[in-house]
Structures are given as structure tokens and as C-alpha cells.
Design a protein around this ligand. Structure first.
Ligand code: C5P
Length: 226
């Protein structure tokens, strides 16, 4: 089976307070998503990278023959991913192929980390995702006060990429359409079918640019890596 990457890049980025969608905000002289694509292009096993942008969004230059842009973004991340999965299947991808869904806004992912995910999942029946064990103490709040301390040893923070069989992910998302309530990642959709995607250790540097302070951190990280 082939490996495809699918990059949801159709968000509006209200929380980032950037001038326009955060995936296009400037990061060291280039749009965020171009850094993301560099990282994915550095993984030779990814045969094809489909970037899902908002309808009518003509912003994105295509940096490589392996990259395609489809303006089939939806109103939610899940809808954008679902539309991208359908696009891949319509254009001849095999349902048994793997797809790695990776947020455009997670631009610091190391190619070696993507390789590690692929190695960990390629022989797995379900697939898996990068994730980080929770390090901080977790509190459940009631009216702004700590009411309870939650066991953290079995809690993980989900990152991307998330790797699944194309046909299986399509079925899992179709079952949640059209509202996709609570489907904040691909693993959630698969869990809905009773499946348990493998948790593969990610990296604290694999941050998702969400708030203005994340851009400060991303700049510092890029400079220290350069
Ligand atoms: O908003 P959030 O941080 O969850 O977005 C994660 C990724 O999903 C971003 O790369 C964003 O562009 C993408 N997205 C999308 N379509 C949406 C909302 C978010 O492709 N409707």
C-alpha cells in the first residue's frame, strides 16, 4: 500500500489573532504551511501530499510535484479531512493505502518523527498517532476551584500526524457526518468504530500554532534548530 499525506489547511485561525488564517502567517520569512510541507517532503515514503484549503483560496504556491492543493475545505477540521479523504479515493487511491493526516499549523514536526510513526504503524491493523504523555498534574474544576485530581499516568496529549487506512478512516468519518460532533482528530473517529489507534511518542517541539505565544515559541525553536 502507498502512503499519502493529507494536510488540513482550511481553518480561519481566530484564536491566533494573526492577520488572516494562522497557517499562512509569516514565520521566519515564509508562510507557516510551507514549513509544514518542507517537513513532509523530507519523508521520501510519502508518495503524495494533498493540502486541503478553503474554497476559493488561491494563496498557496505548490512547491513540489508531490504536492497537490484541493480547495475542498469545510466548516470544521473533520469536514476538511473528510473532503480530502474523498478526494484521494476519487482520484484513484486504494482504500488499503495509508493516509497520514497532519495539521498545517503543526509546522515544526521533525521528518524523523513522521518516519517513527510510519515504522510503528505500518504493520498495525488500525494505525496510530503521535502523542505525548501528560506531564502536569490534572485538575477537574468546579466553579473555578480544584475539586479533584485526575490520574494522569494513562493520559496522553494527541498530536499529528495521525495514520490510518484510507478506507477505514473514510468509514469512520462518514459515520460522524455531517456534524462530526466531538471529532477533533482522526483517532476520535476511529474510536467511534470501537478501534484503538496506537499511541506513538511524539515530541514537545511538535506544537500546534494556536495562540500568539505559540508563534513566539515557534520562531525561537526554528532559530535554535537553524
Ligand atoms: O483550529 P485548529 O487548531 O484545530 O486547526 C487544526 C488544523 O486544521 C489547522 O491546520 C487548520 O488550518 C485546519 N482546519 C481545516 N478546516 C477547518 C478548521 C481547521 O482544515 N474548518
Amino acid at each position: 500500500p502507498r502512503l499519502h499525506a493529507l494536510v488540513p489547511c482550511a481553518g480561519v485561525g481566530l484564536r491566533a489573532q494573526a492577520n488572516g488564517p494562522k497557517q499562512y502567517a509569516d514565520l521566519e520569512g515564509r508562510p507557516v504551511v510551507m514549513h509544514t510541507l518542507d517537513a513532509l517532503l523530507a519523508v521520501p515514503r510519502l508518495a503524495r501530499i494533498l493540502v486541503v484549503v478553503a474554497p476559493g483560496d488561491g494563496f498557496l504556491p505548490v512547491p513540489d510535484a508531490r504536492v497537490e492543493v484541493a480547495d475542498c475545505g469545510g466548516v470544521s477540521r473533520a469536514q476538511s479531512v473528510f473532503n480530502g479523504v474523498e478526494r484521494l479515493l476519487e482520484s484513484g487511491a486504494d482504500p488499503a493505502d495509508w493516509v497520514l493526516v497532519h495539521d498545517a499549523a503543526r509546522c515544526l514536526v521533525a521528518p524523523a518523527l513522521v518516519e517513527a510513526l510510519i515504522d510503528a504503524c505500518i504493520d498495525d491493523p488500525v494505525g496510530g498517532l503521535l502523542a505525548l504523555p501528560v506531564a502536569d498534574t490534572l485538575k477537574r474544576s468546579v466553579e473555578g476551584r480544584a475539586a479533584e485530581t485526575i490520574e494522569r499516568s494513562d493520559k496522553w496529549l494527541a498530536q499529528t500526524p495521525q495514520m490510518a487506512r484510507l478506507g477505514l478512516l473514510h468509514r469512520a468519518l462518514a459515520a460522524r457526518a455531517p456534524a462530526f460532533v466531538g471529532v477533533t482528530d482522526e483517532a476520535r473517529a476511529l474510536e467511534g468504530l470501537g478501534l484503538r489507534p496506537r499511541l506513538v511518542p511524539g515530541s514537545p517541539w511538535n506544537i500546534k500554532l494556536t495562540y500568539p505565544q505559540d508563534f513566539v515559541l515557534a520562531r525561537a525553536l526554528l532559530r535554535s534548530l537553524a
